[in-house]
Design a protein around this ligand. Structure first.
Ligand code: TRP
Length: 344
């Protein structure tokens, strides 16, 4: 199938996660929720990006391996439906590795070093001068992921936008060289709500920062996390006027409370004074407990039957293997590489 004959198909979505830990509320708001909706209107693929996770976890492959199952459990528990969405394991799609090697020749080291996502992540990980080559080059691997599925839409957080840009640069270079559209360009789909802050008020919810609420969190863990939430440090007495901006409790109400009118009234009340943090935290806790209880129950149920989950991954990966191999063949062919069939 070529890029042209795909036009009568549903638009294709590819997303992925590095399996380095169980997923949390930030993932839910930022992408999982929309995947559950998009699977009804799109041909959706979700990649367990264990090869990419190895680019900064090569010292701990065990962690990556264990979390493939954990993240798969999270997917299924939130309602990603394997009958609608293909869930697949990156390390078992050899065509992705071959495409990556090819794409590395269509990108310069300088361009990789300038990629804002990579620059930031290198800083955050404190690699100094010891940057794993695989890490520096993972934008080419992510381009392989996206193009191997001929994805049109890639839902990612804002921090990933430069990776989509770099993917499209590689696609344009190849299409230009070949003189036709071998690969489609793709669009990033950035979530409206943006990024959910951690319970401590830090910009990003992250397991490693210890400010996350996991999707499988116990009622006690949810309670403790909500009651530790960062509010307005100057709101000492209930009667004091409080600040809503930057107050995590309100950010969470905006994200999860369906009753926007009541949230608006609560904000006014808080600003005027006379509304205590405890009342608000109890409200957030109630909403999160109700929301996470069925997810946790389903997750626990599925965790009892790992064979069922492995079967889903096996089937998804078999389907994806054929599709990605097909794209690799097309790219090789389009570039005019050695071919037994074409005897050239
Ligand atoms: N880089 C993404 C992340 O860290 C994971 C990922 C790997 C991905 N391959 C992808 C995302 C392809 C979108 C498309 O979350």
């Amino acid at each position: 199938m070529t890029a042209q004959t795909q036009t009568n198909r549903r638009p294709v979505i590819l997303t992925g996660d590095r399996p380095t830990g169980p997923l949390h509320l930030g993932h839910y708001v930022g992408s999982l929720k929309s995947r559950v909706t998009l699977q009804d209107t799109h041909e959706q693929y979700v990649l367990l990006a264990d090869t990419q996770a190895m680019t900064d976890n090569a010292h701990d492959p065990d962690k990556v391996r264990r979390n493939v199952l954990e993240v798969a459990l999270d997917y299924l528990a939130v309602g990603i439906d394997p009958a609608k969405t293909t869930i697949t394991v990156q390390s078992h799609l050899p065509a992705l590795a071959e495409l990556t090697l090819m794409y590395l020749n269509f990108v310069t080291v300088a361009r990789l070093e300038r990629n804002p996502t990579i620059k930031e992540e290198i800083q955050a990980r404190g690699f100094g001068r010891d940057i794993p080559a695989g890490f520096l080059c993972y934008p080419a691997s992510q381009a392989a992921d996206i193009t191997a599925f001929k994805a049109h839409v890639v839902p990612v957080g804002e921090d990933q936008a430069p990776l989509i840009e770099q993917t499209n640069e590689i696609v344009r270079r190849i299409n230009h060289q070949v003189g036709r559209e071998v690969l489609p360009e793709c669009k990033a789909l950035i979530p409206e709500f943006g990024r959910l802050p951690g319970v401590d008020g830090k910009a990003k919810m992250s397991k490693s920062l210890g400010n996350a609420i996991a999707l499988g969190a116990s009622p006690e863990q949810i309670k403790a996390a909500v009651h530790s939430m960062y509010t307005d440090p100057n709101h000492l007495r209930v009667s004091d006027p409080g600040q809503v901006e930057g107050n995590v409790v309100f950010t969470y109400l905006d994200a999860f409370d369906p009753n926007t009118e009541e949230v608006k009234a609560l904000k006014e009340h808080y600003r005027k004074g006379g509304l205590g943090d405890m009342v608000l935290k109890r409200r957030v806790e109630g909403i999160l407990q109700d929301m996470l209880a069925p997810i946790r129950a389903r997750r626990e149920e599925l965790a009892k039957d790992p064979d069922y989950v492995f079967d889903i991954l096996r089937q998804g990966t078999a389907k994806a293997r054929a599709l990605t191999q097909q794209t690799l063949d097309e790219v090789r062919d389009a570039l005019g590489m050695f071919s037994f069939e074409a005897r050239r």
